[in-house]
Design a protein around this ligand. Sequence first.
Ligand code: 26V
Length: 822
Amino acid sequence: AATEVKSNLDVTVDEFQQSIVRHLHVSLGTDENKANSKAWWTATCAAVNELVFERATQTQKTHYKKDTRAVHYLSLEFLMGRLLKNNLTNVGLTEIAQQALDKLGLDFHKICEEEPDLALGNGGLGRLAACYVDSLATLDFPAIGYGIHYEHGLFTQAFLEGRQVERPDSWREYGNPWEICRPESVQEIPLYGYVETKYDDKGQIHKEWHPGRIIKGVPWDIPVVGYGAKTVNILRLWESRASDFFNWDVFNAGGYLDAQVENVQAETISKVLYPNDNTDAGKELRLIQQYFFCACSIKDIVRRYKRAHGDDWSKFAEQVVMQLNDTHPAIAIPEMMRILVDRAELKWDQAWTICQKVFAYTNHTLLPEALEKWSVRLFEKVLPRHLEIIYEINSRFLEDVVEVAFPGDDSVKRKLSIIEEGHEKMVRMGNLSVIGSFKVNGVAEIHSKLVKKDLFPEFNSLWPDKFTNVTNGVTPRRWLKSCNPKLSNLISEHVDADWPVHLNKLSKLADLATDSKFQKAYMQIKLENKIELAKVIKELTGVEVDPTALFDIQIKRLHEYKRQQLNLIHIMALYRRLLQNPDYDMPKRVFIFGAKAAPGYYMAKEIIYAINKVADKVNNDERIKDKLKIVFLPNYRVSLAEKMIPAADVSEQISLAGKEASGTGNMKLALNGAVTIGTLDGANIEIAEEAGEDNVVIFGLTVDEVKELKSAGYNPWDYYYANNEIKAVLDWFDCDYFTPGKPGELAEIKRSLLDYGDTYLSLADFASYSEAHKKIDKLFQDEKTWAKMAIMNTATMGKFNSDRSILDYVQNIWNLDTCDIK
Ligand code: 26V
């Protein structure tokens, strides 16, 4: 097709078709008559891999030959989603594959639907990692993503009478065509045990860790195909196994069963992704997961370095940079010290100098409950040597740095110490990350300011140059080109074909924003995307929605700070207005939600239940006819997002100001022409700057106003008594109007907004939110105005290309060169 990227992979439709059929026979051991859709999907993936693996090998060879500096992106989460369509987009073979399958009598889209999501992440942080590895490959930077090969990714969600139930996700139940096991790169990882202090002939202290267990780390590689398919980098995920070495002892002692128990324990480490988003559970297994994958990754990095440089450590920091995706991999810092001091026998100062040039840390949240702390007791049990190293890092830091800058100031020392004193001593992973890194960044302008001002003020005065910002971005290949092919084709008729890598070129569309022919074409595509989504809604929920209605979408994890409850009480207010006045002037509206709640997050689950119950009632209420519909799509995930985002008219970004670090769904929705209704929080601020104030609808308290209101003493009851609509809506929760026969079943929501203090100020922002929606209604009713706004959003989102974010990282933090792959 005219709009596909040109890659150097020359394949004809016939060749591709033959390759699929060949894989059906030789890789899957079946044939055209017996194969089901899953088999066809697997064979198609294999045909893509045949082209991609070749490039991956070439890329690794070239990086090795040129001895390139590389970034190592350490993350407990990579939310990759599906790969077939994406990889085809990036190698420029979508049309070829489509035609090849067509000729085989198969439907390309149906085959793509066979693919399970790689849901190895919770939400924003994990998806960001996936966008970043895409951009790194696209821009030809040497990079490796390191993470965990979870057997079960994020749970799948179903609703049972409106309540969330979780089931395990088994993405590799029948194998996964994208991954390759690399037994030749297995690592062995120590855990538990004790530390022995030894003295050598010269009276020098030497520490020896005698681990209580050894775990094997098995690497699985997933190719990361850059757009244009020049560079194919690797995502390396570690799976835990029992170490053979260890088991033989037990076997020989006649302990076959005990050995099997040990196997189970070892395999538990990579068994399941922790589904908490933004709350630290402090569980031993989680700490072991963190250490396990960091230790495997560092051994892998060191092995590769030594292959080129032997025992000469002087070039290590020139070749290696490790980016810590939040504090989750912070244990990599003391692990690197252990390798350098205990194993390579470098002097402490020499080792620390290297470490401080190697690590950089990204902060993704300011929420206090998400800031990781581990009890010293737990640390001592699992990682006794690392605890010693952390103490050493800390005491040197407090003496050599803090005492010099703030002589005699014990209160500053208490704040900056890695160890939090108290009835249970804790290791603060945030402080460790700041002290061990040469750069610390937030993920949007305002967030980075708050990281400096509120989270790490003393560190900031100590090292002002350490703190910086890199505003998040999203890959336009997945989040426009591949998920919204119709809009992409329209764009390509008016903008250079390389817009998927030079997203600022979309700005040319601004000239067409008031062109009525273009408006018509653009809005026609939006309508067609809404028709598609309406089908999905019908399939998943049975609810029929009118595609010409305003589609208002809130998709993100369920969390009180994100305020789905504010959205809900506003919908209830609309419902009430319609009941009171059937002629109430508003366009037909469909409110669409997608969200998973952490399984242990009680209030989040109550909010899901409440939305589902209100939806039941409203959707079946003849009196309001079809003016209002509410749908909560189950099992929100990357592949569902790809269907929802192209169909959105309005994007809900309504977190309490100061709480959402950045948001990235906000960028994807705006890029696809949704108008943001949002607070001045996270990247919303930068989106508003780019789109212009006419093309977004901003409401609510600012960060400063939130602080003022809180310090003046916020009382939600004031809003309850002052605003009739708030009162009426909240009182609705007490009766059985939405839960027939079960009065008060939704009352916890009311309690959280009144009795428990409305932590996220939903009531304070309600009036302003309601006014903002009235404004949206008016704008939407004026078709030309709305079309212009939608187009302007697409035209102005160039900044939020993750390629731009990656170039920011490269220039300000990583200092990498591109590497051409021939
Ligand atoms: C914390 C924890 C605590 C321990 C258990 C597992 C777990 C998993 C994730 C997290 C932190 C989540 C932080 C996060 O996802 N932050 C989001 O990062 C996005 C990318 O920068 C950003 O757009 C969102 O605003 C921010 O909430």
